[in-house]
Design a protein around this ligand. Structure first.
Ligand SMILES: CC(C)(COP(=O)(O)OP(=O)(O)OC[C@H]1O[C@@H](n2cnc3c(N)ncnc32)[C@H](O)[C@@H]1OP(=O)(O)O)[C@@H](O)C(=O)NCCC(=O)NCCS
Length: 142
């Protein structure tokens, strides 16, 4: 198992893996190109025998709920393919994201999980994340 930054050569496989987490918008190539080119966001992948089996996306945000410092490292996406779960890969990915944020001066990390995603919530807690707030989200056409 190898954890490393996302590379340009990974893009086709990465788009497919990302779609497993976000069926609606995971294949957005522009977003992935941003991960490769922007200094305020990054992605790390877990590679096993030449195949991508997990990823984490991390960004710098000026503010995150419950945090008192700025910028904050934010876990924007976190996924391990079902067959590879429960072996510590998710933890290694988050540690890579935390190292990335720490190297950019962050003193806090933040993240979110949907209310029904109890597995995602528990995995966050196991990695030291504390629940700070529950939000209701709104939208409106303009
Ligand atoms: C969340 C996810 C990325 C974790 O990946 P993973 O490789 O299984 O994670 P790890 O094996 O490193 O486990 C991380 C911690 O969560 C715990 N954990 C993992 N699966 C668990 C489960 N089914 N029940 C309870 N705890 C669990 C582990 O015990 C570990 O804690 P520990 O090191 O103290 O034992 C993976 O389950 C996933 O892709 N889920 C679907 C997408 C998702 O929900 N992403 C998070 C959005 S909030």
């Amino acid at each position: 198992m190898h954890i490393r930054p996302l590379g340009l050569e990974d893009v086709p496989a990465y788009l497919s893996l990302r779609t497993s987490l976000w069926p609606g918008g995971g294949a957005d190539r522009e977003e992935v190109e941003g991960l490769l080119s922007r200094s305020d966001q990054a992605a790390f992948v877990a590679e096993e025998a030449g195949a991508l089996v997990g990823f984490v996306e991390v960004a710098l945000r000026p503010y995150a709920e419950g945090c008192t410092t700025s910028p904050v490292g934010y876990l924007e996406g976190w996924y391990v393919a079902p067959a590879w779960r429960g072996q510590g890969i998710g933890r290694l990915l988050v540690e890579a994201a935390e190292d990335w944020a720490r190297a950019r001066g962050c003193r806090e990390m933040a993240s979110d999980a949907e209310p029904g995603n109890l597995l995602g919530q528990e995995a966050h807690r196991r990695l030291g994340y504390q629940e700070v707030e529950r939000l209701i989200c709104f939208r409106k056409d303009l």
